[in-house]
Design a protein around this ligand. Structure first.
Ligand SMILES: Cc1cc2nc3c(=O)[nH]c(=O)nc-3n(C[C@H](O)[C@H](O)[C@H](O)COP(=O)(O)OP(=O)(O)OC[C@H]3O[C@@H](n4cnc5c(N)ncnc54)[C@H](O)[C@@H]3O)c2cc1C
Length: 430
């Protein structure tokens, strides 16, 4: 395997998301450590902005960065595009879809998560999850299809177009807000024929408020802003079935839909459950305070694949900042163990939580005390945090900042056009 595997500790990282990249980055330049970073796509995808790809606000290339490029200057990191199909934690050997195997001295499970449909009939077949770039492009294509058909049919026969978003967490709220803006403001401005078609977005959640982890002030603000954008909230009801053209709710009603977006929850990547290590909530790997897996001192798990306990004894949320900090901690612990030093317990530095509803409307609860902000100032905080997260993956964030300027300063403007196909190539890292 060339130069990298001749070093004394060989680390195999599964997954080039926030956790895997942060871990590999921490290990760059270590003379006695070599890293093989395996990812099925070969690119890092910036999940927090996927809904903007789906709603044609930004280009797919702005949220996907070539992993080989990101580590091109680091000769101790080898990136391989490979789908991992099995993991043996005893021997720290991974099997790849092409039948090959890779064995490390240390293994890092950072394969992330996937949509959890909670067994709702029809959801896996008909709903559109939003966890990968492919998911975002599939949803975008579906929206395009709906409006191309509607434009061809004309307003009289197209009827009212409804989209359902299941899940009132950050993913559902951000998607519903962006979708409402796309179908209510942007498309009618871009295409005269569509101005006469009535479109609406319905957001369904079994809870009685949106944005569950936020405080009541932020929840009320988000609900009001969504409604102001024309989103109809159906709270306190559960989706019991999803079909191609309607969603059934547990109060006995049905909502017609042209596409159902699934923001209903996540479970760890299937690979994680098949490893034979202890898993808990959401199928995630239970980890020790130093992020190693019980009984396997040289196997670590981080990010959405791991159940990590916070200082208050509660599980940490599935957030990019948690994944990034945990990935770094794994990297430092690998270095410590290789040098014969004790490993450290992971301590999460909580920078807060935030969600964007639309132009001028965001909510943020900043810092460990979750100081609440709304509106423009929250939008600015959202922008800063996302630019910071993005900067870990790529050297410059120009495209993101340009998008933010356009978004903020030119209401109603949308640099992308839904009805034209997007450019899809992953960007280079700098
Ligand atoms: C729509 C959406 C919006 C979000 N918004 C925010 C936000 O605003 N702020 C925030 O902090 N967090 C946000 N999150 C959460 C955040 O994106 C995740 O917590 C974070 O991506 C987790 O990082 P990770 O490295 O564990 O997994 P991921 O980033 O999912 O990376 C996992 C990687 O593993 C690879 N992989 C998986 N299985 C295999 C396999 N078998 N073989 C090879 N490779 C494999 C995948 O290709 C992927 O690259 C959002 C998530 C979503 C889905």
């Amino acid at each position: 395997m060339g130069g990298v595997s001749e070093r004394s500790t060989h680390v195999v990282v599964i997954g080039g998301g926030f956790a895997g990249v942060a871990c590999a980055r921490t290990l760059t330049g270590q003379p006695d450590i070599s890293v093989t970073l395996l990812d099925r796509n070969g690119y890092h995808q910036f999940q927090p902005l996927l809904y903007q790809v789906a709603t044609a606000e930004i280009d797919p290339a702005d949220v996907s960065y070539d992993l080989a490029d990101m580590f091109a200057e680091h000769d101790n990191v080898e990136v391989r595009t490979a789908d991992v199909t099995a993991v043996d934690p005893q021997t720290r050997t991974v099997t790849l879809a092409d039948g090959g195997t890779v064995t490390g001295d240390v293994l890092v499970l950072a394969a992330g998560a996937q949509a959890n449909f909670f067994g709702v009939p029809g959801a896996a077949q008909h709903a559109y999850p939003l966890y990968t770039l492919d998911d975002a492009l599939r949803l975008r294509e579906r929206l395009r299809e709906v409006y191309v058909e509607a434009a061809a049919e004309g307003p009289a026969s197209a009827g009212e177009i409804t989209f359902v978003v299941v899940g009132g967490g950050a993913t559902g709220v951000e998607t519903a807000g962006a979708l409402a803006e796309l179908v209510g403001t942007i498309l009618p401005r871009q295409f005269e024929k569509l101005a006469l078609i009535r479109s609406r977005v319905v957001l369904v959640d079994h809870g009685h408020a949106v944005l569950g982890p936020f405080g009541p002030g932020a929840q009320a603000y988000a609900a009001e802003q969504l409604q102001r954008r024309g989103v109809r909230l159906r709270l306190g009801v559960t989706a019991t079935e999803v079909s191609a053209d309607h969603v059934t709710l547990d109060d006995g009603t049905t909502v017609p839909t042209r596409a159902t977006v699934w923001g209903g929850g996540i479970a760890a990547a299937p690979l994680v459950g098949a490893c034979g290590v202890g898993t808990g909530r959401g199928g995630r790997v239970d980890v020790r305070p130093d992020l190693t897996v019980d009984g396997h001192p040289d196997v670590y798990a981080a990010g959405d694949a791991a159940n990590i306990t916070g200082a208050d004894g509660l599980p940490l949320p599935q957030l990019a900042s948690v994944a990034q900090q945990a990935g770094r901690c794994v990297g430092f612990n690998i270095i410590a163990a290789a040098c014969g030093r004790p490993r450290s317990a992971f301590a999460y530095h909580d920078k807060g939580i935030m969600a964007m509803i639309g132009r001028d409307a965001a909510v943020a609860e900043l810092g460990a005390r979750h100081h609440e902000l709304h509106g423009r100032i929250a939008f600015a905080a959202w922008l800063g945090i996302h630019a910071y997260l993005m900067a870990d993956a790529r050297a410059e964030t120009n495209a993101f900042v340009t998008w933010a300027e356009e978004f903020y300063l030119r209401p109603g403007h949308c640099p992308q056009r839904l009805l034209t196909p997007p450019a899809t190539t992953a960007r280079s890292a700098s």
